[in-house]
Design a protein around this ligand. Structure first.
Ligand SMILES: O=C1O[C@H](COP(=O)(O)O)[C@@H](O)[C@H](O)[C@H]1O
Length: 223
């Protein structure tokens, strides 16, 4: 796993965006499209702002969500709300292909299946190109949260958490989906994550982030 360390979260966001842009150019050159899954929380938006300024074949970029809170459309808790806010004014929303997790559907199990099928159709035979992951101060990544049965899911690409986490159920990619991706890109910033970051680097499998393979992975961090 290659680690890129920088002095500030701002530098991390900028360099991570350049990395994604480069991965997109390469994937589009190699197989005509770029499939990218973006995490939520607080850290991705600065990175996305930088990314949206890159000159790319945006029509050939297909953006999926890594995870999402079960909440109404437009709710501030939704990762998608932050995504749209960040992209607002970039002029890219009519060009890029965005696939929101269908978390407002009544039957969430069916919604997970539908999302997996959409991903499969879009990516075709190629592996999913790039998954961006963050890590919480408790070691969670995506919505693979400590002690939730979602961490044991082995037969689905997308699943729902069983327990409320920070007040909400969530839809998330699972370990098997992450394991099949061509590349994982971690963006981990903030001093509150230092202890978990070191446990993650040491491969501590008692935290959710520690269970993800470090092959084909890259880290951008200020830690
Ligand atoms: O709850 C979440 O938190 C993690 C970490 O977020 P960050 O802003 O501290 O990087 C994030 O990766 C995940 O997608 C999100 O839903």
């Amino acid at each position: 796993m290659k680690i890129h360390s920088f002095a500030s979260a701002d530098a991390v966001a900028h360099e991570a965006a350049l990395y994604i842009a480069q991965a997109a150019r390469k994937a589009i050159f190699d197989h005509g499209r770029f499939t990218f899954a973006i995490s939520g929380g607080r850290t991705p938006w600065e990175m996305l702002k930088f990314l949206s300024k890159e000159k790319l074949a945006w029509e050939k970029i297909f953006i999926f969500q890594v995870d999402e809170r079960i909440a109404p459309d437009g709710h501030p808790d939704r990762n998608l709300t932050q995504f749209f806010k960040t992209m607002e004014g970039s002029g890219l929303m009519t060009r890029v292909n965005v696939f929101p997790m269908p978390v407002t559907q009544e039957n969430l199990e069916e919604a997970c299946m539908e999302y997996s099928e959409t991903i499969a159709q879009v990516k075709g035979e190629a592996p999913f190109d790039l998954i961006h992951l963050g890590m919480g101060a408790d070691g969670h990544t995506a919505s693979l949260v400590p002690n939730d049965p979602i961490c044991e899911v082995k037969d689905k690409d997308i699943a729902i958490t069983t327990n409320l986490y920070q007040g909400r159920l969530r839809m998330s990619v699972t370990y098997p989906f992450i394991a099949k991706a061509k590349e994982i890109m971690w963006v981990i910033t903030g001093d509150e994550k230092r202890e978990m970051y070191h446990r993650f680097l040491d491969g501590d499998e008692t935290i959710p982030a520690g269970k993800i393979s470090k092959d084909n992975a890259v880290v951008f961090t200020d830690l």
